[in-house]
Design a binder for this molecule. Structure first.
Ligand code: A5P
Length: 222
């Protein structure tokens, strides 16, 4: 698994050019990428500005001595690099099992180029399974009912031990389970139309460049 992640992150590094503003995703693959980016930036003395999608990515970037910026300091995001939980044949994504989906979508959707780094184990024919949905806490139960109305077989509030998991935006995350997602675009929109939903883990509106790492450390792109 690690070999696959490392291979895709190494390949992603080839897209980095001096002067770029870079969106940094979240999760283990993104963290590997951030480490490699730090090394490259120091070695080649690059001038990069990085906008992270979670506190952990921000901490990692700072540890790597990368310049961390916010939206008020930049004109545009040249490129964003992120992992994913599933990628289907049309390059629709499921993301957010790390709980950072809202900030990830804010950054990834706005980037001029969006690069997704995954191992082969993340590839599926059709998206299926857990769709994380970030909700305003008071709407927790009503949103669950409406997700069931949209076809979810099950909805559980994400927990952290015995307590509800709280996102970095002070919201709850509902793990809604969809056995098969026939139309990711439609479902992404329908879920986001539910009043009380902040956003969900289906990423269908920005076509990424997908870099797939294999067990033998080779990569391919689609
Ligand atoms: C974080 O919220 C997620 O969207 C991650 O990008 C996703 O869970 C992939 O994580 P790994 O790179 O750790 O598999």
């Amino acid at each position: 698994m690690e070999i696959e992640k490392l291979a895709s992150a190494k390949e992603a590094l080839k897209f980095v050019k001096d002067g770029m503003t870079i969106g940094l995703g979240s999760g283990s693959t993104a963290e590997i990428f951030i480490e490699l980016l730090g090394e490259k930036s120091r070695k080649e003395n690059l001038n990069l500005s990085c906008i992270p999608t979670s506190i952990s990515s921000m901490k990692k970037a700072k540890k790597e001595k990368l310049k961390v910026v916010g939206f008020n300091q930049i004109e545009k995001i040249d490129i964003a690099f992120d992992g994913a939980d599933q990628v289907d044949k049309k390059k629709f994504l499921l993301k957010g099992l790390g709980g950072a989906l809202v900030k990830e979508k804010i950054v990834d959707y706005r980037a001029e180029k969006f690069v997704v780094m995954v191992g082969e184990n993340k590839l599926v024919k059709k998206l299926n399974g857990i769709v994380p949905v970030e909700v305003i806490p008071m709407a927790e139960e009503v949103v669950k009912k409406e997700l069931i109305g949209l076809g979810a077989q099950k909805c559980d509030t994400r927990m952290e031990g015995k307590k509800r998991f709280i996102s970095e935006n002070s919201n709850l995350i509902i793990h809604s389970f969809f056995e098969k997602i026939e139309n990711p675009k439609k479902l992404e929109e329908e879920i986001n139309e539910i009043v009380g939903v902040v956003d969900n883990g289906i990423f269908s509106k920005k076509k990424p460049i997908v870099l797939v790492g294999k067990k033998d450390a080779s990569t391919y792109r689609f």
